[in-house]
Design a protein around this ligand. Structure first.
Ligand SMILES: Cc1cc2nc3c(=O)[nH]c(=O)nc-3n(C[C@H](O)[C@H](O)[C@H](O)COP(=O)(O)OP(=O)(O)OC[C@H]3O[C@@H](n4cnc5c(N)ncnc54)[C@H](O)[C@@H]3O)c2cc1C
Length: 378
């Protein structure tokens, strides 16, 4: 049984605080925001219902260049230079122009957290009134608030659209012990009519799962079947909803980053590097507010526009996501074989990486370099 590190019972004291920046959600997006605020001297509070790194939220696959740029290579588990795609009638092996790696969630989160300077509290965020966030331990107030809480978009206004009507995919995976050398995906209707299955080896365990772009299609049975077909145990389940459409990145004075803003890529459900990318962008805007060079309203407008400026590739990927299941299986296999030309693969994967390129990462500010914080202007 996993050990619960999160405070329980008497250790769960009342929480009532005021801070300069409140970041809700301590996974990829939230930790990226915190990283960008290092050295500002601002009072930053980070809240999550679990301890940092306690609950893995994905299969933890990312372009290696991102781990490198963020100085998070010690979390790396395995690296893959090829992508193997199985369809019903063909298997193709693409040589990737950049490598993809799996990483250890706990290690990555802990190293990422060390790059920021903040006070961390475990609390469940229930909602907000204006700039007061309500948690199960009490209220926290801040002029700058980030929702990095994932697909539920807890701090949004109005009623949240729930699955299956929301633009969400379903993902579920098992984490059996085992090994492997290949990064594999299955685009095969025998597992899922619209979506794909995957197997990501990660240094002693394999993350095997199925994602469905149709939220009404349940993925437990196909996940069990895929694991069975691969001779793997169905143990240590991990699953969640995954957004597949961009949403407004700001609303009612609040900043949204990662899944809460639909920043996951619709074609592949790759959402880690984009959560980090938009988290960094959000953090930079907040940093400028703290430094007094822009107001909160200016930061909201700039971040909103930055996120929205990515709408085109997101729209194209959504189109492709919807098109692929309509292609007859034989034609799909033939098409994947036909595009197996190095120049085309480089072009396609290059564009795919460009949507959230690791060059966006700036050298981090050492956490000891404290600067004075100015009052936040609304
Ligand atoms: C099965 C599966 C496999 C995936 N594999 C990959 C992959 O290999 N590569 C990839 O790039 N993407 C993958 N994704 C997508 C990826 O997981 C997400 O896009 C990514 O985690 C988004 O990061 P985030 O920081 O926005 O949100 P999350 O990682 O979901 O983090 C949200 C944080 O908020 C906390 N939280 C939520 N609600 C509350 C609350 N009410 N109060 C307090 N805290 C709260 C959570 O505990 C969590 O720490 C996968 C998704 C699934 C479901």
């Amino acid at each position: 049984m996993p050990t619960r590190a999160t405070k329980r019972g008497a250790l769960r004291t009342r929480l009532s605080a005021d801070c300069d920046v409140l970041i809700c959600g301590a996974s990829f997006a939230g930790l990226a925001v915190a990283r960008e605020l290092a050295g500002t001297g601002a009072e930053v509070m980070l809240i999550d219902r679990y301890e940092i790194g306690e609950r893995q939220t994905s299969a933890c696959g990312i372009p290696t260049l991102w781990l490198q740029a963020l100085e998070l290579l010690p979390a790396l588990q395995q690296t893959f230079g090829q992508l193997v795609i199985h369809t019903r009638h063909a298997t193709v092996r693409y040589d990737l122009p950049w490598t993809f790696s799996t990483f250890d969630y706990r290690t990555l989160c802990s190293l990422f957290a060390e790059q920021g300077r903040f006070e961390f509290e475990t609390a469940k965020v229930d909602g907000r009134t204006g700039f007061t966030v309500h948690t199960d331990r009490g209220d926290v107030r801040a002029p700058l608030i980030v929702d990095a809480l994932g697909w539920r978009r807890v701090l949004g206004t109005g009623k949240n659209i729930q699955p299956p009507d929301a633009l969400l995919s379903r993902g579920l995976e098992v984490h059996p012990h085992g090994g492997g050398q290949e990064l594999e995906v299955w685009i095969d209707r025998r597992y899922v009519p619209a979506g794909y299955g995957w197997s990501f080896p990660a240094d002693g365990e394999v993350r095997i799962g199925v994602g469905s772009f149709d939220p009404r299609f349940h993925v437990r049975e196909p996940t069990v079947r895929l694991a069975g077909d691969l001779g793997a145990d169905t143990v240590r389940y991990q699953g969640n909803w995954i957004p597949h459409a961009l949403r407004d990145a700001t609303e009612d004075g609040i900043f949204f980053a990662g899944d809460s803003a639909g920043h996951c890529l619709p074609l592949t459900a790759e959402g880690i590097r984009t959560a980090i990318y938009f988290g960094l962008a959000c953090g930079r805007e907040l940093r400028a507010v703290l430094g007094g060079s822009q107001t909160r309203e200016e930061a909201l407008a700039r971040y909103h526009a930055f996120s929205a400026s990515h709408a085109l590739p997101f729209r194209w990927m959504l189109r492709l996501q919807r098109l692929i299941p309509r292609v007859p299986p034989r034609l799909l296999g033939a098409s994947l074989r036909a595009i197996d030309h190095q120049r085309f693969i480089h072009w396609a994967f290059g564009h795919y990486l460009n949507v959230a390129h690791p060059d966006f990462v700036r050298p981090r500010v050492p956490v000891s370099d404290a600067a004075l914080t100015t009052t936040v202007r609304a």
